[in-house]
Design a protein around this ligand. Structure first.
Ligand code: 5GP
Ligand code: MN
Length: 321
């Protein structure tokens, strides 16, 4: 952490990025870092391969996030947040000469490949928490705007301070941020209770195909492009759908399948307790954490479903769950 702090102070031009289809932790961490570096007088560009989901556009600085690296901008440091591997940042990486930048990797995945010249990887913490600890260690003045971004990162990554990555430390950091003057109830309303009606119309359709298997321990459901009247299934409209079946008593693993294109499905997996869904995702070329993982599987919907569910049930029966 000390080395990363020193490197940040020493350099001038920063590109800050995170993973494709960014979630609250990705957006909040990128913006938190953007605010801090801007306050230090650095030249900073925040850049994500996909747009900031509407629900996070209340965050200060969200309009500054670009979709492409400006042509006249050559960073000397690339800060990659919440990515287990560099490729998770998508097309942003293609526009960078990796031989001439210092890559700083700040992440919370057990499967992190350790890429980059400097890395800060800790499991069981939101990425936003790690950014906060780094900035606090560096003695950077923490503003309300920066606090809003990092609070949102931690709030969303811990499922509203409910998941097992909710720790004494995450709650303490959240309390410190509240001390900066932010209003936690207001942020929760914006980040968790401001979805468009369309989300619930789609959820209604999707829940009609909810199925429970593996002796009641697994629940799965899906959305197809047809449910969106043939248009692309917007990832941000269905973000977090996978969490709903976790709320069913006895369900250990929840699976949500979204049709990305014909014959191409994004599979999201969530689990309770010791159930390790990262191993399931990795078997299909994806990755993630023990309790939250994902992958892309190709094939016909029913086949994809069966292949994934068989694997999940196998893991449960082997006692790995
Ligand atoms: P989600 O279900 O929200 O898409 O993904 C849950 C978590 O699984 C993400 O935070 C990320 O850590 C991981 N994940 C999802 N998809 C992939 C993937 O294709 N590759 C890798 N390495 N990790 C993924
Ligand atoms: Mn993330």
């Amino acid at each position: 952490m000390k080395k990363i702090g020193e490197a940040i102070l020493k350099h001038e031009r920063f590109l800050v990025t995170s993973h494709v289809e960014p979630d609250g932790d990705a957006v909040g961490s990128v913006l938190g870092m953007w605010h801090a570096l801007t306050a230090l007088g650095k030249e900073v560009v925040a850049c994500l391969a996909d747009p900031v989901p509407l629900i996070y556009r209340f965050l200060p600085g969200s309009r500054e996030v670009r979709n492409e690296i400006p042509l006249d901008f050559t960073p000397d440091v690339l800060i990659v947040l919440d990515c287990s591997e560099l490729d998770r940042a998508g097309k942003i990486i293609d526009g960078i000469d990796l031989g001439s930048v210092l890559v700083i990797n700040i992440d919370h995945h057990d499967s992190n490949t350790g890429f980059g010249g400097l890395s800060l990887v800790r499991e069981n913490a939101a990425t936003g928490e790690l950014v906060y600890l780094l900035l606090r260690e560096m003695g950077i003045p923490l503003t309300e705007a920066l606090g809003k971004c990092l609070y949102t990162a931690i709030l969303t990554d811990t499922g509203g301070f409910r998941y097992r990555n909710t720790t004494r430390r995450s709650l303490q950091i959240a309390a410190e941020i509240v001390g900066l003057g932010i209003n936690p109830g207001e942020i929760a309303e914006r980040a968790c209770e401001s979805y468009p009606l369309e989300r619930f119309q789609i959820l209604g359709k999707a829940l009609r195909n909810l199925r429970v298997s593996c002796g009641g321990k697994v629940a799965d459901f899906f959305v197809t492009q047809k449910m969106f009247n043939g248009s692309d299934v917007s990832p941000s409209i269905v973000e977090g759908f996978v969490n709903y079946p976790r709320e069913i008593n006895g369900v250990l693993v929840s699976v949500f399948i979204r049709e990305k294109a014909e014959g191409r499905y994004r599979v999201s997996l969530r689990s309770k307790g010791d159930a390790d869904v990262a191993t399931v995702a990795m078997a299909f070329g994806g990755g993630g954490h023990r309790n939250a993982a994902g992958c892309v599987v190709e094939g016909e919907l029913e086949t994809v479903r069966k292949r994934v569910l068989n694997r999940v049930c196998e893991v449960i029966e082997k006692g790995q769950c």
